[in-house]
Design a protein. Structure first.
Ligand SMILES: [Zn+2]
Length: 315
């Protein structure tokens, strides 16, 4: 029997086989298809219990000072976009994980709220005075919430079996002039073409859907939202390009081999010798060189590893 698209029902072609390269949560093989109609990339069949693959430190906060600084840079880029386009302070983030962005937004004067799946993250956010609803079904959870000036979904839609339902519900919960921000791995990425099943942003099987930009735009338009920003080459995309090159090269070498060959730290408090720091520095240098060579391709068109789309609800 042929496989059809979970969004538009058009027939789909086999794309690739993938395993959990990033986390090795399982030895299973997953099959990805690409819809011939809307371009959606999806896992089929959908695993029955997706929560089984969110293992170990999935929601862990950055462990080292340099990691914190590196992640902090991304949160600052996101906040700059929100401040540039938002016309009010009521902000909802769907899928904030441990909530680094929400804390930053609160400091900047926003009134943040959230919907999150992970129970520990939910408890921590509520304890900090950021109202957070626990739910595995954000479209349903949204129905009980109010109106917002900003709804943000950074790297969330790829985890949802029916992201289009969440986008539709989010559109209904935007105040007039409110903005919806959707950032996600880009199926048109140069790094995806190069690394295929080893692309760290495929993140099988947790990324059950990869939505092309034009599909997100189509869903947003159908729900009355107007596009105001479309990019896969901004500072945010460049942050993700580095992460994607690094993660995919490690997947290509093999997690275990990479960790010993490159002396990558296995934990924050593990002491590192001079030789291991030198190897890590050489790996970063090789990475930067590869990225420099790829830059003319990667930073033009829409070939960055992740995209950011912003939509506005008409007043
Ligand atoms: Zn489709």
């Amino acid at each position: 029997m042929s496989v059809t698209c979970p969004y538009c029902n058009a027939p789909a072609d086999f794309l690739l086989y993938a395993q959990d390269e990033n986390r090795r949560s399982t030895a299973e093989t997953f099959v990805y298809y690409r819809c011939l109609g809307c371009g959606l990339i999806f896992v089929h069949p959908l695993p029955a219990d997706l929560s089984a693959y969110y293992v170990g430190d999935y929601h862990a906060q950055p462990a080292t000072e340099s990691e914190r600084a590196w992640h902090g840079r991304l949160e600052a880029i996101k906040l700059a976009y929100v401040q540039r386009y938002a016309r009010g302070k009521r902000l909802l983030e769907i899928g904030p994980s441990y909530g680094a962005f929400l804390r930053l937004a609160k400091q900047a004067g926003f009134a943040p709220e959230a919907i999150e799946l992970d129970a520990e993250c939910v408890a921590a956010l509520n304890a900090e005075g950021i109202p957070t609803v626990q739910s595995a079904d954000p479209a349903q959870a949204l129905k009980a919430l109010g109106q917002y000036d900003v709804i943000g979904m950074w790297h969330v839609i790829e985890h949802l079996p029916a992201a289009w339902e969440v986008i539709a519900e989010a559109a209904r919960h935007l105040a007039p002039n409110g903005i919806l921000i959707v950032a996600a791995p880009n199926p048109q990425a140069l790094t995806f073409r190069l690394f295929r099943a080893r692309w760290s942003y495929l993140d099988a099987p947790r990324h059950v859907r990869l939505l092309p930009m034009r599909l997100v735009e189509r869903v947003a338009r159908e729900n009355g939202l107007a596009p105001i920003l479309r990019t896969a080459g901004n500072a945010e995309a460049r942050w993700h390009n580095f992460a994607a090159w690094r993660g995919s090269l490690i997947n290509l070498i093999g997690q275990e081999r990479a960790r010993s060959a490159l002396s990558l730290p296995t934990s924050a408090d593990q002491p590192r010798s001079r030789a291991s720091r030198l190897k890590a520095r050489l790996f970063r240098l090789a990475l930067r060189t590869l990225m420099l060579i790829a830059a003319p391709l990667e930073l033009t068109g829409v070939r960055g590893s992740a995209y950011t789309l912003i939509f506005r609800k008409p007043a």
